[in-house]
Design a binder for this molecule. Structure first.
Ligand SMILES: *Cc1c(COP(=O)(O)O)cnc(C)c1O
Length: 394
């Protein structure tokens, strides 16, 4: 396997159909075929690149080549968003009457697929506490087809034991899908632990510049062939320009991630000592209940942390308003720091009760960008000092 920095720069080279150093943008909806045989072949080639852009485009194939190399999987494919990656995979891999296991702590959209969408389609679901590997085994039924894991989880940064879950699933002939958005393949490669399919919101770290919505799936060709068949029907196709931007963003992923990791760690350490803070959720802290497991399966802990304040929602909201560098925004993983109140953000996807069960109302999710560590820490501490003073006065 190539080094990650070499892979992000060169793994798509064989997909370049010409000698341009920077790949051209194939801004075309369709490609021509020289004869009927080539045309007929293009219609059935999984993850092809020159038939019809919904069926694949050279810009998609270049992204997929880099993602497969980074995740250490046989194949990869590209979708229009992270949620498109998840729903396309799930629709491809389960049918009415099947059962799916997911996590209690998981991204709001994934939670809504498990709690709302799948039950409506006749697929039963069980959400388990992912901190307990045995909980997955206990949830398996003869109808279980899929286990959805996410580690670290959004936004509580809980860790799932990838090896333990993959072993349980494999023993029961069940496929596993891991959301690797928070870790990225730089910090963690789920396939190394036996996970079948890895997916990302490429909107986040993979693209890294907050200017594209995209998703990717990586795994065995045989499984992705089935997902690809369904993707032709769901039609959540990434535009060629967005695929091109995503490839360009990924070129520097291995350079960006160490800074995100360092900034996440420094903010977590600084805020966890602050009197306005009750708890910081960050797997790189020795005080994180699953720090040992995180250190075992990860090479770095990422740029996202969850911060709980002594004064609940009001104090969390005041903190968000006082930060200078991180602006209030629903995303993460870009070069600029962002901060958000997850309980507010998820109201479009989950009911109030589902949100209350998933996240503490006063939790702030801080996504450290690639700014200088000292500036981010000083900014966060100044905001925390200010809310503490305001709270004492009130
Ligand atoms: C943002 C996010 C998603 C959803 O991805 P989109 O690209 O917004 O559709 C899924 N999982 C995690 C962990 C995320 O942070």
């Amino acid at each position: 396997m190539l080094g990650t920095t070499t892979a992000t720069v060169h793994a798509d080279r064989h997909v370049h159909p010409d000698r341009a150093v920077a790949p051209p943008i194939y801004q075309t909806a369709a490609f021509s075929a020289a004869d009927s045989e080539t045309f007929a072949q293009g219609a059935v080639e999984p993850r092809g690149k020159d038939f019809y852009t919904r069926f694949g485009n050279p810009n998609h194939a270049q992204v997929a080549a880099v993602v497969a190399e980074l995740e250490g999987t046989e194949a990869a494919m590209v979708t229009a968003s992270g949620m498109a990656a998840l729903t396309t995979a799930v629709l491809a891999l389960v049918s009415a009457g099947d059962h799916v296991i997911g996590q209690k702590s998981t991204y709001g959209g994934t939670a809504s697929v498990l709690l709302n969408l799948l039950p409506r389609l006749g697929v039963s679901t069980t959400l388990v506490d992912q901190r307990d590997p045995d909980a997955f085994e206990r949830a398996v039924t003869p109808k279980t087809r899929l286990v959805l894991v996410e580690t670290p989880s959004n936004p509580l940064l809980q860790i799932t034991d990838l090896r333990a879950v993959a072993d349980v699933a494999r023993a029961h002939g069940v496929l596993t899908l891991a959301d690797n958005t928070f870790a990225t393949p730089l910090n963690q490669r789920p396939a190394e632990y036996g996970i079948d399919v890895v997916w990302h919101s490429a909107t986040k770290y993979l693209n890294g510049h907050s200017d594209v919505s995209a998703g990717v799936l990586a795994g065995p060709a045989e499984v992705l062939d089935r997902v690809w068949d369904t993707s032709l029907l769901t039609g959540a196709t990434l535009g060629p320009i967005d695929a091109w931007l995503l490839l360009r963003g990924m070129r520097t992923l291995p350079l960006r991630m160490p800074r995100h990791n360092a900034n996440g760690q420094a903010l977590a350490e600084a805020l966890s000592e602050h009197p306005a803070v009750t708890r910081v959720h960050y797997p790189g802290l020795a005080s994180h209940p699953q720090h040992k497991l995180a250190a075992h399966q990860m090479n770095g802990f990422g740029g996202v942390l969850g911060v709980e304040f002594t004064g609940g929602f009001d104090m969390a909201d005041a903190f968000l308003g006082l930060l200078h560098y991180p602006v209030r925004s629903a995303s993460l993983g870009g070069v600029e720091s962002l901060a958000v109140h997850p309980a507010s953000m998820w109201r479009g996807m989950l009911s109030d009760q589902q949100i209350t069960e998933a996240v503490p109302p006063g939790l702030v999710r801080l996504a450290a960008g690639t700014e200088d560590t000292a500036d981010l820490v000083a900014d966060a501490l100044a905001a925390a000092d200010a809310i503490l003073v305001a709270n004492r006065r009130a």
